[in-house]
Write a protein of this length. Sequence first.
Length: 328
Amino acid sequence: MDTLPATEARMQAEIEALRAQHPDTQDLYREVCVLLFFRYGLTPTANKLYQLVRKGSMSAPAEALAKFWETLREKSRLRIEHPDLPQSLRDAAGEMVGQLWQRAQAEAQDTLAQLREEARAAVVAADGLAQSASARADAADASLGMVRDALRANQERVTSLQSELGRAQGEVAALQRQLDAGAGQRQELQAALSAAQERFTGELEQQRAAAAAADERHGAEVRRALLDVDRERGNAAKLQKEVEQARRDLASQAQAHREATLQRQQQIEALHQRSGELEGRAAQLLEQRDQLSQELQATRLRLEAVGGKRVSGVRAAKGGATKPSRAP
């Protein structure tokens, strides 16, 4: 059911439309009298008219109101003019036509009241539909909020995994640098081994030359030198094995970090796919909310159209009742 502020707002809007159609002050006040009396069932007064229109002086609405009541009385009391009829018969005929017009006006008022009740019932039904649509729109907004929260959480998770990936890549780079450093150390050990071998080979040749010159006198020294060479070669082989083991350990650590990095990348791709699905769901919810808003607007437009057509029909019926045909 319409509230009083809504009715006054609609009345003011119709008065503004009449203001644009009737620039003359008296014509405007006369149309506002008709609107109040026949459309809203209100008795027009000079103060009420001036409050609604606010045009001209205070005498303008009073003059227009007087002309309105005079016209209304003339329409409700008709006179039959015919030279062949007696005065009493003409008066009786006029009274009868006036009574018929008053009965037609009363029936029109009853019809108007019935149409108003039907319009109010339609408004109540439309309000129910509007409230249902608003509830569904609120539910869609709530679902959209939940989807947005989930999307935000996934984005934070993606950011965290990206940070972890960055750290893992840094660790892999550090291990690669260690592997490169181990390879450098291996090259240095190999160079030292080659130098030692060359040095021992030179010493061995010198010892062999000394042994050949001194014969058996330096035999013991030669055997001792050979033992030193064997010991150095054993040390060199041991260093070589340690270098190979260090290289294998670094390679295993690098492989493990590569596998962990690949796993994190797969998790990030899965989260990206989930984020895409959530964004699609959010778009569907937004589309549902827009559709509900359009349905609500269409319902309001249909209600206003139905109310306007019924009121126009009542005014047309009243206009036909106020114009009875005169006797020839």
